[in-house]
Each structure stands twice: as structure tokens, then as C-alpha cells.
Design a protein around this ligand. Sequence first.
Ligand code: SF4
Length: 395
Amino acid sequence: MAVPLMQAVRVGRYVVKQHLLGRKRYPLVLMLEPLFRCNLACAGCGKIDYPAQILNQRLSVQECLDADAEADAPVIAIAGGEPLLHKEMPEIVKGLTARKKYVYLCTNGLLLEKKLDDYEPNPFFSWDIHLDGDKAMHDSSVCQEGVYERAVAAIRKAKERGFRVSINCTLFDGANPERVAKFFDEVMALGVDGVMTAPGYAYERAPDQEHFLNRQKTKQLFRDIFRLGKGKKWRFTQSPLFLNFLAGNENYHCTPWGKPLRTVFGWQRPCYLLGEGYAKTFKELMDDTAWEQYGTGAYEKCADCMVHSGYESTAVMDAVKRPWHIAKVALFGPETEKPMAPEISLENQRPAEYKYEAQVAEQVTLLDSRKPARGPRVRVHKAKEEQVAVADAAD
Ligand code: SF4
């Protein structure tokens, strides 16, 4: 099983409890981005586009624990940036798993072998390693030769040491279904516990804007992959109904509050993919966000999105409402031959708003205002900041 039974039971119990309590909105997975800095510059990302002052910011251990206390979701995914550049990451993981939260630590794997001794296998902890396909596909996706081999070596080492390991596979336009299917066979043979897959989201700062999938292409690609996977024992960490959605069989609307994101800017509105504003507290995020303004059909930037960030929570909630439906899909796999579910109309979506430059300017002003006022101290402080940045990048 890709997700341990106890984890599935706990998450199921949590969802049922929220329904019984009549909570309209609740988080399933807390997303933490304790830093934006990364040691790669992937074509489909763009997070490292921030100025150095912002890239040097970190959420502290306490801020991460406080974010967990505020959201109180059963599962936590730590992403970034590259989380293994954060020097206090072992402490963050220890603190969260001690609270019996299921923690997925997302990494590109480059530092994993070096840092493995800082972590211990734990039923509440899993590595989630970025692999966007076979060697040629992945190295092209991360714009660097040799990354695939280092990630695979790290997976082997982590499995030898007894860690749970899943992979995170983002697919882009031009992905070949046969190659992806073969890649899934290979990672299963490597012994990974599960695969998390999704189409890439068209981040507005991503250097490559040519290779994002639209919804029609996404559905066809996943149908073709799942058809090739019939009868194979691929283990996915996602809900079978989310996979069914990827294959074009569910008419789901987005649930952006299902995976709230805390970054160094605060609580991001509305989701992990889209930074349209920030709330100071989790409560403010939940209560004061105009959620109806987001999702496919509501907002231009959401038009092509089919990412787990917004749609997996919808699938999980559907499973509670229609347990017979998830049982059928879990047993027989996603439908690959029948007509697809009707697509959401984009007729009434509101146009995209572009807020990145203003947000960056606001954050830089805020950081500048926190610097000590006296001249010489500013210089010493700046020098220290630069040292930290260089040390982190060189790690
Ligand atoms: S559809 Fe939902 S998850 Fe996707 S970008 Fe829009 S708000 Fe975010």
C-alpha cells in the first residue's frame, strides 16, 4: 500500500470528524515552504526569481510548529525551495512527527545522501523525491545533467536505511505515455513506496512557458498512461478519485483551502500554486479569503489547472460522500475508454491579475525596515547575511 493503513485510517477519521462537526472548510495537508532558495533552477518553476533578501529568509523551527498548531492538518508537506538547505530542517521534522503528523519532506535529492544521518526512519515520516520521469526527461526538466542519477542513488540509500520514500513526478506537454509508463515500472522496481503525479502548473515566473499542459491534453495523457498501467501494481500516494479526475472522469471544482500554504510571507492566498496575497494567520486565511473567486471557471490563472493542490482535497471529500465510487475506482483503476466528463465553462472567469512585482516590493520594504538603524551594524549584519546565503547555496 502506497499510504500506510494507519495513515489512511487517521486521515479518514479526521475527514469524517470535520463533516460531523459541520466545518465547511478545513485543511487536509498543511504545505510548508520554510524557504524559497534552491540549488536548482528548473524551467517549470521560477521560485528562485526572488531577490536575494527574500531568498535568504527562513521560517524558524518555532514558526513551522506554530503553523502546524494553527492549521492542525493531519498531513504536512514540506517543500520550498530546497528544504535540505534549511539548517534546522531535522529539528522541524522531529517536532512535527513528535506531534504524530505525517510529514513528507520534498527534495530534489541532491543533498540527501549527505544529510541522511540527520534523520531517522519513523512511521510518520517519508522522503518525497522529485523525479519528473526517466533520466533524459528529468535532467531536461531540472535543466541539469546528472541530477536523475544522484536522486536515484539517494532513493536507494534511503530505502537501505529503512526510510519510507515516495517520488513526486510532474508531467509537461510532450510527455510520452509509453516512456512515463516504463518510468513508473522502473521506480516500482526501485522499491519506492508510492508515486505522486500531476501536470505542471503554469507558474507565471517559470522560465519555460511553452510546455505546460492544458486540461484536454492532461486528461488524454493520463488516460494513455493509465491504460498502459492496467494490471500493473503501480502504487500511487494519491486518492484513486484524483487519478480518475486526471483521466477526465470527474467534474470536480477546486478546493484551494484543502492544502493551505505557509511561506516566509505568511499564509498564501488562495493556494500553493498561486500567490495572490497573504494572510497573517490561518484563521484570517480561512475566514477572509474570497474563495469563490478562484478555481477553474472562476479565474483565468486557474483555467488549465488540474493539480493536486486544489483538486485532491475535492477527491478526498467526494470519497467520504460516495464510498462505493472510490471502491470501484480503487478496484478497477481509472476509466480510460468511455467519454470524458464535461469540461467546466470558462465563459465567466475573471481576468488574471498580476501582483508579483508589488508583493516583492512590499516584502523588500518590510525586510529593509527591520534592519538595525545604525550604519556599522548594518554593514556587519549584511556581511553575515551574504555569508549565510553563500554557505547555504554551497551546501
Ligand atoms: S484551480 Fe485551485 S489549485 Fe489550481 S491554481 Fe486555481 S486556486 Fe490554485
